[in-house]
Design a protein around this ligand. Structure first.
Ligand code: SIN
Length: 517
């Protein structure tokens, strides 16, 4: 408690030093407006039609910044999920028959429509997810880059010719679409996580049943409106909406013998469940699961670059990103200077409603997220961590706001060291040697992203190889890019999204041997 009280005073001092004219926003006065109102959908999209739930059930989608309801959305059940799977199965021959160039053209048309409607899509993202509008615009561009990328891949799905071992035979390979794909995506990037899966699936000639996130279904549905306008045939893209029925819809996708592939982004625990549910039908799987990313700052780092990288990585989307730095390890020689500069950077943030001018960080998605963040901070304080800035709920702004926080003197027994916080808390741990920090970084069961900062070129090569993660940022906190093979190792899952590898997750190799040549 003592350190929290002190932290409050320190926070005020930092804020008045760095942000004398700080404005806060509890809420904007009127609901956001879309230029094209037809992008706001309450129904699900199956076989080219917008459908309500047969039960008539709906669920509320709420604005996390204000707590007000945006709209009610159809609560689909297993029965409707099965009709979506059937529609996707029936559309498969049409998609398979198209040339890669034709599928590329569909993706390009969709890409163009997303560009034209970028402002409305960003509005929907901010409205249902809470992230600041500038970040939402960035997400739309990022999401759309997957259409561009995979439109370029679709016409180049080359096979191979392979010399056979014996005489008179020839071998060649064909790359074929895996079939109907079940895509299950999270709320933290309502556009980018779904396009990163749909774009390669369509490029490969697959059809999809996408289960949109219960908290943020509106962006996915708006993308489906644009898919329809782009000319995607009925059944090629189906979007199932649900909140309460999400576990049942997920297991219907995993257990269906018609669905040949599941791609899931979400927690490690849910990933394990979906893998078990998919076992009886031996599906192709790609899972992007939890991260608990280490970010390491060596004494030989450029301090400004390291602080900027930590701020960008840790606080992106208010810390609600799988690749966010979670454990920040700083070598003792640079430790005090780093934490001071990090706290000063955080003092410049402006927390509030994502639609308000100047807001840099929005609310968390829901009350449960806040509980976890606060529990990690309280646990750190109890065990000797010192809050330099933040460390409190921002109830003055609404129910879902947490002050961006820096805690120093972190130790390995704290919850934040072992679990992904998924919130705006930078816990900074001191360390002495490279061997020690590599061991600490690799102690996690998960291994999605890792970052480090050093000006020593040999260390850069060495530590990049020593970290047990799927993606490494060296002297940068931002790695996301359609060109990056995105994915993890250990309990962060398997499979890669984006890049030249991403499309393989939606294809199979067929080997053809021709005899008597
Ligand atoms: C994620 O949070 O899973 C994805 C973040 C990204 O693509 O940058």
């Amino acid at each position: 408690m003592v350190s929290l009280v002190r932290a409050g005073a320190y926070t005020r001092a930092l804020r008045s030093k760095y942000l004398p004219s700080l404005r806060t926003y509890a809420s904007t006065s009127s609901p956001p407006k879309l230029k094209d109102k037809s992008l706001l959908k309450s129904e699900a999209y199956i076989n080219g039609k917008w459908v309500s739930a047969k039960s008539g059930e709906t669920f509320a989608v709420n604005d996390p910044a204000t707590g007000t309801k945006i709209t009610d959305v159809a609560e689909l059940s297993v029965e409707e999920t099965e009709s979506a799977i059937k529609a996707a199965h029936e559309a498969l021959p049409t998609m398979r028959k198209m040339t890669g160039r034709e599928r590329s053209n569909l993706l390009r048309a969709w890409h163009k429509l997303i560009q034209e409607n970028a402002e409305d899509l960003a509005t929907l993202i901010t409205w249902e997810n809470g992230k600041p509008l500038a970040d939402a615009k960035g997400e739309v561009a990022y999401a759309n880059s997957f259409f561009e990328w995979f439109a370029e891949e679709a016409p180049r799905l080359n096979g191979q010719t392979i010399p056979a071992s014996g005489p008179g035979r020839r071998i060649y390979t064909l790359r074929e679409p895996v079939g109907v794909c079940g895509l299950i995506t999270p709320w933290n990037f309502p556009a980018a996580m779904i396009t990163r899966k749909i774009a390669p699936a369509i490029a490969a000639g697959c059809t999809v049943v996408a289960k949109s996130p219960g908290e943020t279904p509106l962006t996915a549905s708006a993308l489906a409106v644009l898919a329809e306008r782009a000319g995607l045939p009925p059944g090629a893209i189906n979007v199932v909406t649900s909140l309460k029925n999400t576990p049942a819809v997920g297991s219907a996708l995993c257990e269906s013998p018609t669905v040949r592939k599941i791609s899931f982004t979400g927690s490690t625990n849910v990933g394990k469940l979906l893998m078990r549910q998919s076992a009886d039908t031996l599906k192709k799987l790609s899972f992007e699961l939890g991260g608990n990313a280490p970010l390491i700052v060596f004494d030989d780092a450029n301090l400004d670059t390291a602080v900027a990288g930590a701020l960008a990585s840790k606080f992106r989307s208010s810390g609600q990103t799988c690749v966010c730095a979670n454990r920040i390890y700083v070598q003792r020689g640079i430790y005090d200077a780093f934490v001071e500069q990090l706290a000063a950077g955080v003092a410049k943030f402006n927390v509030g409603n994502g639609f308000a001018d100047g807001v840099t960080h929005g609310p968390l998605i829901h009350a449960r997220a806040l509980e976890k963040v606060d529990a990690h901070v309280q646990d750190a304080i109890k065990k000797g961590g010192k809050v330099l800035i933040g460390g409190e709920r921002r109830t003055d702004l609404g129910d879902h706001f947490y002050a961006p926080t820096v805690v120093r003197d972190m130790t390995a027994d704290m919850q934040l060291a072992c679990e992904e916080t998924f919130g705006p808390v930078a816990g900074v741990f001191p360390f002495d040697t490279e061997d020690e920090v590599v061991k600490l970084a690799n102690a996690a069961e998960v291994g999605l992203a890792g970052y480090f900062f050093s000006e020593d070129v040999t260390r850069c090569w060495r530590v990049a190889e020593r970290l047990e993660v799927g993606m490494v940022g060296v002297n940068t906190g931002m790695i996301s890019d359609a060109a990056l093979p995105f994915g993890g190792v250990k309990e962060s899952g398997f499979g890669r999204e984006g890049s030249g590898l991403g499309i393989d997750e939606y294809m199979t190799w067929k080997a053809v041997t021709v005899g008597g040549v």
